[in-house]
Design a protein around this ligand. Structure first.
Ligand code: GLC
Length: 433
């Protein structure tokens, strides 16, 4: 299959035809690590510091002197991802500032020829492969360092030169590092895919690496949507990955001594992970290392706790799942579903030993408690399912999120139970919503 030369409709049909095969590992992965690392990490004032601080290029370039990645920083990132139960990682290869973290021919302003003399991208890819992780590279389409980037908006020659530059950068990344995901960002200043010539850019990328996965930020839909700072299922039938900062403040490093109160704890991460599993999407959770590349301290403990949780309860999160149409069936649990199995992520543990869930008209076959040898029982009538014999102690002592798996005889039919069951004689009308 050659993509280059196809018109947009034929290209999108051809790409869609291979999507299920290309994306199966990614859909099963559920959970990835985003890493924002660049010269802005030296400043510690957000990854948009160059723009919002209106730094002249010459002044901003001086930051390279303070950019000192520790020898094993990429290994620490990959190790954190594995310990957190993440299955892939995405690194900013070049952010809007325009500084490349690999020895780019197209962009001599890079971390090999300036500053640390290190191929950070190469170290990151090797570390991820050693930890068995999928590998993605973030690639900004916007660039505050390139002389043509701004003029591209109104000067055709500048736009063509800038397009060639962007193509060259992404060709290098795909051919030199064998990546699984190319994560575009901020297609500006051009406001539409034709302005970027995104069709031929992405056709080139896919011809170079046919099994690559592309996000929707080159102004073509491509393989997945990217809700940002909100975990929200995209349109039905559309793959999506919610990208989230760790603190709701910045993708780039901020002083962790001051962000600790904003950072997610383990339970907060599980809430996002549940929403991703519930909506059959992914969660890409970010860390913004400081100038030395170390893992921000406010991320370490919660991510490792989530990794221990996933080691016991991963069945509810990983793998191909169905979009779950079951909401509030218990009031105290989030839900995810795979076929005829419904997972109840209990944010509050029913310590009286029972849990009532309403709205189902499908017979239950059995109930399991993930990560525990306890065998709960259940009763079912026309009103509700009552799960019984649950341990009074929370089965998940560390994060307090026990998971109950309810196995139905077939895919569960669910209608949010009426608030007036007596009016319906306990029968939930088939078409009542
Ligand atoms: C936004 C920000 C950018 C960040 C990206 C992550 O585009 O502008 O700085 O890298 O979100 O999704």
């Amino acid at each position: 299959m050659t993509y280059t030369g196809l018109d947009r409709k034929s290209y999108e049909e051809a790409v869609a035809a291979t999507r299920d095969r290309r994306m199966q590992w990614w859909r099963e992965a559920r959970f990835g690590l985003f890493i924002h690392y660049g010269l802005y990490s030296v400043l510690g004032r957000h990854e948009w510091a160059m723009a919002v601080g209106n730094y002249p290029v010459e002044l901003y370039e001086q930051l390279v002197d303070g950019f000192r990645p520790a020898p094993d920083c990429a290994k620490r990132w990959a190790e954190l991802a594995r310990k957190a139960g993440m299955k892939y990682a995405v690194l900013t290869s070049r952010h809007h500032e325009g500084f490349s973290l690999w020895d780019s021919e197209a962009n001599p302003w890079n971390s090999v020829r300036c500053g640390p003399g290190r191929d950070i991208v190469g170290e990151f890819v090797a570390a991820c492969r050693a930890e068995g992780l999928g590998v993605g590279l973030y690639s900004s389409l916007m660039d505050w360092h390139h002389p043509d980037a701004g003029r591209a908006a109104y000067d055709r020659e500048a736009r063509l030169r800038f397009q060639d530059y962007i193509r060259a950068l992404n060709r290098e990344l795909v051919t030199q590092y064998g990546i699984d995901v190319l994560w575009y960002d901020v297609a500006q200043p051009m406001e539409h895919w034709e302005g970027w010539d995104s069709l031929s850019l992405n056709q080139m990328v896919r011809d170079l690496k046919p099994d690559i996965i592309l996000n929707n930020r080159s102004r073509l839909d491509e393989d997945f949507g990217t809700p940002e700072e909100r975990v929200t299922a995209e349109a039905a039938g559309r793959d999506w990955e919610a990208c989230m900062t760790f603190n709701g403040l910045s993708w780039g490093y901020l002083d962790v001594a001051q962000t600790a109160n904003y950072a997610y704890n383990g339970q907060g991460i599980l809430r996002m992970l549940n929403t991703a599993a519930h909506g059959a999407g992914n969660l890409l959770l970010n860390i913004g290392p400081p100038a030395d590349g170390s893992v921000p301290q406010d991320a370490l403990a919660p991510l490792e706790a989530v990794g221990r949780w996933l080691a016991r309860h991963g069945e509810a999160a990983y793998g191909l799942v169905d979009r779950c149409d079951v909401r509030r069936c218990s009031g105290i649990a989030g839900t995810s579903r795979r076929g005829r199995t419904l997972y109840l992520w209990c944010w509050v543990w029913p310590d009286d030993g029972t849990l009532r869930i309403g709205g189902f008209r499908t017979a239950v076959r059995g109930v399991r408690l993930l990560g525990s040898d306890v065998k709960p029982g259940f009763e079912q009538d026309q009103y509700a399912i009552t799960i019984t014999d649950l341990p009074s102690e929370n089965p998940d002592p560390e994060l307090g999120v026990g998971v109950i798996a309810v196995e139905f005889e077939e895919e569960p039919a669910y209608i949010f139970a009426s608030r007036y069951p007596q009016l319906h004689g306990g029968q939930v009308y088939p078409d009542w919503r």
